[in-house]
Every structure is written in structure tokens, then in C-alpha cells.
Design a protein around this ligand. Structure first.
Ligand code: NI
Length: 136
């Protein structure tokens, strides 16, 4: 059920918020605010070490010696929290590997860190989300 409430904001903050809302393609202020609240709640779940879901993406050159093996080693170490892995051959040299991880926030972050800091990884990102069924 939707509830209405009124928010008071300084004018310049509202101008910035409307600009943000526009740039991110929100249809109206309410939807933008709902999304910001959900994002904050997801962050809280990560901070409280709850059960979360994350996506780790790595871009690397598969010619780098042993990198592929090291990635596989980390993935096997954390096999219990890995849901799936997708490998895309981007071009002649580069690969994109996306791993979806579900588990306690601290474990997911540890696993993501172990992958992203491997030598030879050109770009590593962890997108943090939440299973939070009651957020939506
Ligand atoms: Ni590849």
C-alpha cells in the first residue's frame, strides 16, 4: 500500500535533486526517492553483514601467465557462495568474466577482493545488491 508524506527541502537541494532525477530518467520525484531509499537500505544490509547478492566482473588478458588458473582457484575456494559464472571472449586478447555470488556480505566482499586484486586484472568491479525481499 502506498502512503503519502511531505518532505521539506532547501530550494537548491531540490533543484539538484530534480536534475539528478532527470538525468537518471525517473518519471517523477516519488520514484526517484523510493529508489534512493532502497539503495540506502541495500547498503545497510551490506554493512550489517546480511545475506546479499553481488556481481563481480573482471576484464583481463587471458595471455597473462596463470591468471586464468588463479581466477579458477579463487572460484573453487568460494564455490559454496558462487551461483554462476559467465565468460565472454571480448576480442583477441581480452576476456570478461562475470561471477554472481550470494552469501554473507563479508564473504562476498572477500571473494570479490581476491579476484579483483589478482595481477593482470585490468578492470574489476563488485556490484552490491541485496536479496532483501521486503525492500521491493
Ligand atoms: Ni576469453
Amino acid at each position: 500500500m502506498l502512503k503519502r508524506f511531505t518532505i521539506s527541502l532547501e530550494e537548491d537541494l531540490l533543484v539538484k535533486f530534480d536534475k539528478y532525477s532527470d538525468q537518471h530518467g525517473y518519471g517523477n520525484r516519488s520514484e526517484a526517492i523510493r529508489d534512493l531509499i532502497r539503495k540506502s537500505l541495500v547498503k545497510e544490509e551490506w554493512k550489517s553483514d546480511n545475506l546479499v547478492i553481488g556481481v563481480v566482473s573482471l576484464v583481463y588478458d587471458h595471455h597473462k601467465s596463470q591468471l586464468q588458473e588463479k581466477i579458477t582457484e579463487v572460484q573453487h575456494k568460494y564455490y559454496e557462495i558462487i551461483t554462476s559464472t559467465t565468460h565472454i571472449h571480448m576480442d583477441h586478447d581480452n576476456c570478461l568474466e562475470v561471477t554472481i555470488v550470494k552469501g554473507k556480505a563479508s564473504q562476498v566482499q572477500k571473494m570479490a577482493g581476491a579476484l579483483m586484486t589478482l595481477r593482470g586484472v585490468k578492470d574489476g568491479n563488485l556490484t552490491m545488491s541485496s536479496t532483501g525481499g521486503d525492500l521491493y
